[in-house]
Design a protein around this ligand. Structure first.
Ligand SMILES: [Zn+2]
Length: 249
């Protein structure tokens, strides 16, 4: 076994309370593209920010067209070995939570209880009314959109229906931010996985762990800005590395 994986295994064994932090890299191994990477969708199309969504019916239509364009990829994606390793440590009680920048719901799909997943950027696998919070399923929204050509409004209150994600220009969900901070400060081992650690405020959590004196592990294929502050850095494939360190398939 690679010595860095042996070291990761030892650090996990010694820890009392692990917290995971995950970014796009863990899900690219499930076939979900990293929208921010070179050639990714956000480098080709200008993002629609939240104020445009709220003020323009055409921006709302375009937002939904883009979401439906990714629908097949999202529905086909299944958790990979990396997600399963995270789930194994949480279900053993060794890790208390996973803070994620991902919106794909794959941590829940891999068996992590929903209340252990802290979604900083929300979730794109369902939609909700921005006014009353009523939940809507993507498949129903799509059927209505294809029938009427109009962006969906809430049946209950008439508010705008949007995927349950945090858009550019939309404020971060306060409850998730508070919980992520509490979990970060309570951890004695913080493992950041598959994130370039450049998108703030999300990337502030591994930074907070490092400042707090918490042991920090960074597992990412490419170097990150926080590598110099980490106790262990692994530039490796995620599923294979976590699977070997945690002993699952
Ligand atoms: Zn509503």
């Amino acid at each position: 076994m690679d010595p860095s994986i042996t070291e990761l295994r030892r650090m996990i064994d010694e820890a009392q309370r692990v917290v995971f932090f995950t970014g796009a890299g863990i899900s690219t191994e499930s076939g979900i593209p990293d929208f921010r990477s070179p050639g990714g969708i956000w480098t080709k199309m200008k993002p629609i920010d939240f104020s445009q969504f709220m003020s323009s019916p055409e921006a709302r239509r375009e937002t939904w067209r883009r979401r439906f364009a990714t629908d097949e990829t999202m529905r086909k994606a299944e958790p990979n070995r990396g997600h399963r390793a995270v789930a194994a440590l949480i279900n053993r009680g060794k890790a208390s939570a996973v803070i994620t920048q991902n919106i794909d719901g794959l941590h829940q799909a891999s068996g992590v209880p929903a209340n252990r997943v802290i979604e900083l950027h929300g979730n794109t696998t369902y939609a909700h009314c921005l006014d009353c919070g009523q939940r809507y399923e993507i498949i129903d929204v799509r059927e209505e959109f294809e029938r009427t050509g109009e962006p969906p409004n809430c049946n209950a209150c008439g508010g705008f229906v949007k995927t349950a994600t945090v858009s550019f220009g939309q404020s971060m969900p306060p409850a998730a931010m508070i919980r992520a901070e509490e979990e970060t400060l309570a951890a004695d081992l913080f493992i950041a996985i598959g994130s370039s650690l450049v998108v703030y405020p999300a990337a502030g959590f591994p930074e907070m762990a490092a400042r707090n004196g918490t042991r920090l592990v960074i597992l990412n294929r490419e170097p990150t800005g926080l590598d110099p502050y980490a106790d262990l850095v692994l530039h490796r494939e995620i599923g294979e590395t976590l699977g070997e360190a945690i002993g699952n398939n």
